[in-house]
Ligand binder design. Structure first.
Ligand code: EPZ
Length: 420
């Protein structure tokens, strides 16, 4: 298993270009199953998660080409069940259910595993499919969804932590080919859901209200092929913003979308990291000493849970007490114990982490546990004195395109160490 070897203490300087959004690309890749015509999707990030989704599409019978960020998918004829192991290994692949149900009125996938950040239930996805008329059966680790008719309906999709991003995506994709109108209340408003709806509408779907908590989908008989460019990855953008602040550097971010990051930019400003627009770019630098702040993760447009771990690394450097409260997932603090190895002083109290910031961080070997926790450890390693080895970096490769290459271009002393 590869690891990153980082020699910290170097302020980041220079330009970084943001890749396409992993969390927009995955449901959009699934949406290509909704038509028997070819689709072209551009700015797809080359990640282990997107390559995995290519395998899943091929296992369903689609012909897929993925080169230099451009994906061509032709799902001329597909089957309604996905390889058990493939779906089980990547949670994001649950979003093939909606398209299979929409196109074939039948879907059979393995129950997606939970993961280290929480149980990751799919009860809301299934509630949405049933509202459209699907019969759901769960046995021997598979979910079987079948629908003689898929009829539009009004449904409330909010759960214990508010809206569901992939649940909204899944129901929207099934409803696109249902008979009649579907109204989803408490729909997710994330930019990735908006991007998916834009792709579906380009395919001939009729979706309105996306980006708001109420989405209206008027089913159509058939969808045609379309071309689309995926939005930039707002979580990667935020990760580099935090890294610039943590290393007291100054970077120019190209290709990011400030309008997708208002909560993060606002919180960074409060913590002493400024983000200024310069044309289409953003310039990020410290605006003085780092200050302690309180952060609560919320559904969009609140502070994103996917930036919580990275923010914790920054606040470990800000003298004073900061409190981070995680409201979306039940156990997304795996990075706390690893940050402690670098000298961070953080205590967990229920859904909150209390950070006694300002103690100097010093390098040590640490273990990545999930995608965003890995990013937090890299950021802390960049800011710490001495060397940090971040092990199990495959977690990071799931969601960041060439992070080590991009960081080296910004002056970081970071090497990928390939395990023999
Ligand atoms: C998406 O996951 C993202 N993944 C996650 O990013 C992100 O953290 C999450 O949305 C929240 O923003 C992709 O888009 C591939 P949810 P998703 O359904 O859709 C509960 C990353 O690091 N819930 O919005 O699976 C759930 O337990 C990843 O890139 C139910 O209770 O998340 C959680 O508490 C991590 N029942 C909350 O809702 C359901 O049926 C939000 O989950 C579904 C979800």
């Amino acid at each position: 298993m590869d690891s990153f070897l980082i020699k910290g203490g170097v302020p980041l300087h220079g330009e970084v270009t943001i890749s396409g959004s992993k969390n927009a690309a995955l449901p959009i890749m699934a949406a290509t199953l909704l038509t028997d015509e070819p689709c072209i999707v551009r700015r797809v990030p080359d990640l282990s998660d997107t390559r995995f989704m290519v395998k899943i599409l091929e296992s369903l019978g689609a012909t897929v080409k993925f080169e230099n960020g451009t994906l061509t998918v032709h799902a001329k004829k597909i089957k309604g069940y996905a390889d058990y192991d493939l779906v089980r290994k990547m949670r994001g692949s649950i979003c093939i259910m909606g398209p299979l149900l929409g196109r074939l009125r039948q879907a059979r996938v393995s129950l997606p595993g939970g993961c280290i950040i929480g149980a990751r239930p799919i009860n809301l996805h299934l509630k949405g499919f049933e509202a459209l008329g699907a019969k759901i059966k769960i046995e021997s680790g598979y979910i079987d969804a079948t629908a003689k008719k898929l009829a539009g309906n009004s449904l409330f999709l909010g759960g214990r932590a508010g809206p569901t991003v992939l649940g909204t995506a899944n129901v929207m994709m099934a409803a696109a080919l249902a008979d009649g109108v579907t109204i989803i209340e408490s729909a997710a408003c994330e930019p990735e859901v908006v991007d998916l709806a834009n792709f579906l509408n380009a395919m001939g779907a009729n979706i309105a209200g996306v980006g708001s908590p109420t989405i209206t989908i008027t089913g159509v008989k058939k969808l045609h092929g379309a071309e689309h460019e995926v939005i930039p990855d707002r979580i990667e953008t935020a990760t580099f913003m935090v890294a610039a602040g943590a290393t007291n550097g100054e970077i120019t971010i190209k290709g990011g979308r400030a309008d997708h990051l208002r909560a993060v930019i606002d919180k960074l400003k409060e913590a002493g990291v400024s983000v200024e627009r310069s044309g289409a770019n953003m310039i990020v630098r410290r605006s003085g000493t780092l200050k302690p702040v309180d952060v609560t993760t919320l559904p969009y447009s609140g502070f994103p849970t996917d930036v919580q771990a990275q923010m914790m690394s920054l606040l470990a450097l800000a003298k004073g007490i900061s409190i981070i409260t995680e409201r979306i997932f039940e156990s997304r603090f795996m990075h706390v114990s690893e940050l402690a190895r670098l000298g961070a002083d953080i205590e967990i109290e229920g859904p909150s982490a209390i950070i006694k910031g300002g103690k100097p961080l010093s390098g040590a070997p640490v273990m990545a546990s999930d995608l965003r926790a890995s990013a937090a450890l890299v950021i802390a390693g960049l800011a710490a004195k001495g060397s940090t080895q971040v092990n199990r970096i495959y977690h990071l490769d799931r969601g960041y395109e060439q992070m080590d290459v991009k960081l080296r271009k910004l002056g970081a002393r970071i090497q990928r160490v390939e395990e023999k």
